[in-house]
Design a protein around this ligand. Structure first.
Ligand code: GDG
Length: 471
């Protein structure tokens, strides 16, 4: 809701403010060339929109175009508060500090994290801008929910600016053990930044434990179970809130006549007895090199018959300006080309590699069409693809091969779980999942579906906000 604040300006004052790197809307261009906005399709936005509409919510985030200042606007019952970023800040705060320092460091350093002081300076400055925007958007005694690794300093900055607020933070990616975290030259500032929140949420309990241990060892703070005590005597909590998907919406989409028909068409086009599927952002944390190698060896050895089996890998373009991602793309494309060259026949490549982004209904059709879904990240906060596959299988069919190192492995226990670094073990699990009988597959899928049906994204958002409210 837009009301006048004490300064008399028309700044939106909201009972619930979400702060995320990206705004909850995307630009659209109509047929007549006029520009507009549409709500972003992601799960987080879908889950929070109804809650925010009911609470006069505001969303603070970058709108996606550098060097452009926009006024706040109202969309779909929510006040959108754009934060401007310069092209230099996109490079240093977003591509640099967020995606080339925190992202690899928090994912077990599977790629080498870079530490640059000028990136850090940009990160601090941009975090302050987000905190200021949130501070002027939030109503007296309101709630602010900060999202993810791009904004780890916002909680403490906000706490200082607006001690009346209730502040939550949720980290979507893993939080590393102290041995890794300690490499960070700015470790103290990041810990203090996060601990400015009343409730710090993680995907799995181990991440919350890592955080609490660091507060104790690095900052010398007292902790009792999930609670920590700041030097001023105030308290906060750190706990796990495993994120999920809009389960029912995925199931309905997968059962729509168009998707059912498209899935049958995909099966017909692939003309294979068994279809394996991978769907990932093209990211080095997703274990694509190891997965493609495992399939390559299985096709070359004949353990998977290239005449009867296909592996479809959707690798959605991602962070294409960051060096490490360019290298990954080259590696995967070389590997896939080699395997198809060695094991393919005219009109029958064993690996269908798609470096493209697809609409949601096409994803649902692919999930429906696959006999085995292969999700083998080297480290992943949660992994929603695994849950989406399960949601789309109301036939109770389909097998899931899942990395032990995805947060989802704690909940999806009946998957064929693998260590993605162990290529032989992964090959065995791929074969076992592909050869499993209907009874075995269904037994496992039924249990997986029960978990995903009872723990959806609404459950996640409601639980977090209720716990934050109770503090
Ligand atoms: C981060 C954490 C955590 C992918 N390609 C297409 C497409 N997607 C959608 C999937 C899924 C989402 O993107 C990817 O989510 P993941 O969870 O698998 O992975 P990250 O992007 O790394 O997400 C992760 C998540 O945050 C939430 O907290 O689970 O651990 O890394 O929804 O379906 N969607 C469409 N076309 C594509 O081509 N429409």
């Amino acid at each position: 809701m837009t009301t006048s604040n004490e300064a008399g300006t028309d700044t939106p004052r909201a009972a619930l403010v979400v702060v995320a790197n990206r705004l909850a809307v995307e630009r659209t261009t109509a047929a007549d060339g006029s520009a507009g906005w549409q709500t972003s399709p992601g799960g987080l936005v879908t889950a929070l929109v109804p809650i925010m509409q009911a609470k006069d919510g505001a969303w603070v985030g970058w709108h996606g175009a550098p060097d452009e200042e926009l006024e706040p606007f109202h969309h779909d019952g929510i006040d959108m508060i754009p934060v401007a970023l310069s092209a230099g800040e996109v490079e240093e705060y977003y591509e640099g500090m967020s995606n080339a320092t925190f992202w690899p460091l928090y994912h077990d350093s599977v790629a080498f994290p870079e530490f640059h002081r000028e990136w850090w300076d940009a990160y601090v400055a941009v975090n302050r801008r987000f905190a200021e925007a949130a501070a002027s958007a939030a109503d007296d005694n309101g709630t602010v929910w900060v999202q993810d690794y791009q904004l780890q300093l916002v909680p403490s900055m906000l706490r200082e600016m607006r001690p009346d607020l209730r502040i939550g933070f949720f980290l979507h990616i893993p939080f590393p053990p102290s041995e890794l975290f300690q490499q960070l030259p700015w470790r103290r500032a990041v810990l203090e930044g996060l601990a400015g929140a009343d409730l710090v949420g993680f995907q799995v309990p181990g991440a919350a434990t890592n955080f609490l241990n660091l507060l104790r060892r690095r900052l010398g703070w007292d902790t009792h179970r999930q609670e920590f005590v700041r030097p001023d005597g105030s308290r906060g909590r750190a706990a796990a809130y495993p994120i999920s998907i809009a389960t029912q919406a995925f199931e309905d989409l997968a059962n729509s006549p168009e998707v059912v028909e498209r899935a049958a068409q995909i099966r017909e086009d692939l003309a294979a007895e068994t279809v394996f599927l991978g769907v990932d952002r093209l990211d080095y944390t997703k274990g694509l090199r190891q997965r493609v190698r495992a399939f390559g060896e299985l096709f070359t050895s004949g353990e998977l018959d290239p005449e009867k089996v296909v592996f479809v890998q959707v690798a959605t373009p991602s962070r294409e300006r960051v060096e490490e991602y360019k290298r990954l793309r080259d590696d995967i494309e070389l590997l896939v080309g080699r395997i198809n060259g060695d094991s393919g026949q005219l009109g029958r490549p064993p690996i269908h590699y798609l470096h493209q982004s697809f609409p949601r209904d096409e994803m649902a059709a692919l999930y429906r069409a696959a006999d085995v879904m292969v999700v083998t990240p080297l480290r992943d906060g949660m992994n929603l693809v695994a849950k989406e596959y399960v949601a789309c299988r109301s036939d109770n069919d389909g097998a899931l091969v899942l990395s032990e190192f995805a947060g989802a492995a704690r909940e999806l226990k009946q998957a064929w779980q693998v260590n993605p670094y162990d290529i032989d073990g992964m090959k065995e699990a791929i074969l076992a999942a592909g050869r499993a009988g209907k009874q075995e597959t269904r037994r496992r899928m039924r249990a997986l579906r029960k978990q995903v049906a009872t723990h959806d994204i609404d459950h996640w958002a409601e639980t977090f906000l209720a716990d934050l409210d109770a503090i």
